[in-house]
Ligand binder design. Structure first.
Ligand code: FEO
Length: 183
């Protein structure tokens, strides 16, 4: 078989769409890294439920990276993995990581919007449809992050309230996101 004969023949993605999709793999992996630092902090503080919540969050972020990677492969694009930045977060209160999470998710939403804008400009309807899942996901991510902050402010100052919050976070279980189900 001639070299390259096994490669997929698919219409090439617009360069900006392809580049931003590829960059998003890195952003999602960074998100996983960031949330692992949150899990570490809560683990060290003895809040194992919160640690569980952010371990699962980190797992979801890795999944998001895989979804972008798979999409690029399905479209015959080369994936280029970039260096992941080191999250250097030091926290001085239980609330701080929660506020950092909301801030970070808003940033990720802006990145998804930028990719969508590039897909709109390129008349790439397939990418727009693909990104629809992430647009919905970001609404959920921001809402979850906001609820965590509200709950901590309302109940976290009281030992019993904090214990209950930690127990609720401990109950979170990982589920495979629908774009990866069956892959
Ligand atoms: Fe991949 Fe938390 O967004």
């Amino acid at each position: 078989m001639p070299r390259g004969a096994g490669k997929k023949v698919v219409m090439a993605l617009d360069k900006k769409v392809g580049d931003t999709l590829n960059a998003q793999i890195n952003k999602e992996l960074y998100s996983a890294y960031l949330y692992l630092t949150f899990a570490d902090y809560y683990e060290e503080e003895g809040l194992e439920g919160f640690a569980n919540w952010y371990e699962i969050q980190a797992q979801e972020e890795r999944d998001h990276a895989l979804i972008f990677r798979n999409y690029l492969h399905e479209n015959g694009c080369k994936v280029k993995l970039l260096a992941i930045a080191q999250p250097d977060k030091e926290f001085s209160s239980y609330l701080e990581p929660l506020e950092a999470a909301l801030e970070h998710e808003k940033y990720v939403t802006s990145l998804i919007n930028d990719i969508y804008a590039a897909a709109l400009e390129a008349h790439d309807y397939r990418a727009q449809k693909f990104l629809g899942w992430f647009i919905d996901e970001q609404l959920e991510e921001e809402d979850n992050a906001d609820t965590m902050i509200t709950n901590m402010k309302l109940f976290g100052g009281d030992p019993k309230g904090l214990y209950d919050l930690d127990q609720a976070c401990a109950a979170r279980v990982y589920t495979v996101p629908s774009p990866l189900a069956g892959k």
